[in-house]
Design a protein around this ligand. Structure first.
Ligand code: 23J
Ligand code: MN
Length: 257
């Protein structure tokens, strides 16, 4: 029996399940809001071409429009100035799109403090309990923020000082980029950086350090509560937009049990 026969058997018997980590894409999907003078992304929308009518009697289809960074999406290294000589989204090696995944759960802390920042010490404590971060794999950071994903205002959680959503400290972002063996980090929020990260030094450190190191980002993930801390496999499927800085992505996890 080959490993693929084994996998199919396990899938058919539901001993391996497929968890969808993707947020639905619609004109209600939250989008990031950068402050002036910065330009902002378009949201997702459908424009109907025909729907079993005189424009096309037997078929229904739409044009779509969206920014590259809408909903559950992939950040390629070239998205950030620090990664400008790196890969675009069409160039990501396929072995990076199916890889081991671990989950760090800080959802309890983030209920108490929406500005919670993940620290190096949190990851050291996690590794004491669960072993090393996966070489060539993904770190997903659970904050519970997906519970706000049906409400743009709650999801961005902005006041007159700007957005307040959980993220990663500057030192921890540098450590993930330079010391950790992971290829990328995924989050439940609208971007990989904290809502307040515009005021960090450097600004947006997850983007600056991880993408600058040739690593990747994944945003607005859902259903992280359904994943074990270790042992799952992540399947990430961004569109191969030639020259693209990122893409909406279908993200699935294979989970044993
Ligand atoms: C552009 C500028 C700042 C940020 C972002 C995009 C994202 O979060 C993104 O989607 O990559 S923070
Ligand atoms: Mn992005």
């Amino acid at each position: 029996m080959t490993v693929l026969d084994n996998l199919l058997d396990e899938l058919l018997a539901s001993r391996v399940t497929i968890v969808d980590l993707t947020a639905p894409l619609s004109d209600r999907t939250p989008i990031i809001q950068l402050p002036p003078p910065f330009a902002n992304t378009q949201g997702f929308s459908l424009q109907e071409i025909s729907r079993y009518d005189e424009r096309g009697p037997a078929w229904y289809w739409n044009n779509i429009s969206a920014g590259e960074h809408v909903g559950t999406h992939f950040d390629a290294p070239v998205h950030w100035v620090t990664g400008q000589d790196g890969l675009d989204v069409s160039q990501i090696p396929t072995q990076h799109l199916i890889a081991p995944v671990v989950v760090v759960d800080k959802s309890a802390e983030c209920v108490q403090d929406p500005n919670f920042l993940l620290q190096i010490a949190d990851l050291e404590a996690w590794q004491q309990k669960h072993g090393p971060l996966p070489d060539g794999g993904w770190l997903l950071y659970r904050t519970g923020w997906d519970s706000h994903a049906d409400d743009q205002a709650a999801f961005l959680n902005a006041d007159e000082t700007g957005p307040h959503t959980p993220g990663v400290s500057v030192e921890c972002a540098r450590w993930l980029a330079e010391q950790a063996p992971i290829i990328g980090m995924g989050v439940e929020t609208v971007g990989t950086d904290a809502g307040t990260a515009h005021s960090f030094d450097p600004p947006f450190p997850c983007h600056a350090f991880l993408l600058g190191a040739g690593k990747y980002g994944l945003t607005q993930l859902a259903n992280l509560a359904k994943l074990p801390p270790t042992g799952a496999i992540l399947v990430v499927a961004p569109l191969p937009i030639v020259g693209g800085s990122g893409s909406p992505a279908r993200v699935l996890a294979l989970v044993a049990g």
